[in-house]
Ligand binder design. Sequence first.
Ligand SMILES: Cc1ncc(COP(=O)(O)O)c(C=O)c1O
Length: 371
Amino acid sequence: MSLNVWGYLDEYANEREELLQAVDAVFSSGRLVLGESVRGFETEFAAYHGIAHCVGLDNGTNAVQLTLESLGIGAGDEVITVANTAAPTIIAIVGSGATPVFVDVLADSCLMDTGQVESAITPRTKALLPVHLYGQCVDMAPLRGIARAHGLAIVEDCAQAHGARQHGRPAGTMSDAAAFSFYPTKVLGAYGDGGGVLTGDDAVAAKLRRLRYYGMEDEYYVVHTPAHNSRLDEVQAEILRRKLGRLDGYIADRRAVARRYEEGLRDVPGLQLPRTVPGNDHVFYVYVVRHPRRDHILAQLRRHGINLNVSYPWPVHTMTGFAHLGYRKGALPVTEALADSVFSLPMYPTLKKDDQDRVIEAVRNAAAVAL
Ligand SMILES: Cc1ncc(COP(=O)(O)O)c(C=O)c1O
């Protein structure tokens, strides 16, 4: 039988009753947009992080874009980030009107090389946008120092890091505002699209609430600054509320799978396993390994019915859609080398031990032939 990359079908089988109750609760409430479920989720998600505000939005891309807009960032401004990320991070920056400026990532963690940030700052720089990729946090202390020294905002992209921590602090609480996606595959995923922003700043939260709702101020239909329709759906919010109570359990299960992969694969020649940076609590949104003959291994595993994901095969700065930014191949050597060698093993809380063993054995066999 073939093995999926993601686990939400298994999860649905386990949680079906509760999820259907959540849908029924919303349908029978008669309040289908910005009602009790969105408010409840916002309160509970903020409380989980020990921060003042969560603003529920329609997806993670808009969460990044509206966060930038809420901080007054737009046309003519530059935002320093990485190209080793999902394209929507960059789409959101471009969508705000600002220009993304890329620094490279570190070879061991695959995360933003904060040592390159200062030299990328120009008079137009307004914000730093670290992406907590794969499930662990970018080193935030140096970024916070740089932001303070240069008067810059920091926006965390937490789409892949729900529940991750750094020196005990939750991802999403180490910046001016932090964007989350609740896309179904995420560590906390909805059954459709969803997103949200955490912030400790009352004014930023108020601005986000206006931005997601046409730009309306107080009275209905009075728009001062035309904005978006970017509301979190009430049904998804109710589902997320129920799943939030299980988030720590999902993370514990993901870590158990990661430990097993580590035990089963650490001696495989040529295979590089993910490294948790000291001080980080990794949540393993994806389990990203590297091998110089990645494509050979992918082909072997697919022949055995094991479907794998690659995050990411094409660095954003080399995509034709971003050619106008002016980066050429070779500009970000670590990011580009990763694109040729990374792949992700199946990783989800419900992944059975037998299936983990099947993955381990298939990777060992493929790697033995590859070298
Ligand atoms: C790092 C990162 N940022 C932003 C997004 C965008 O989220 P969404 O798909 O909910 O718009 C994603 C989703 O894949 C992501 O992985």
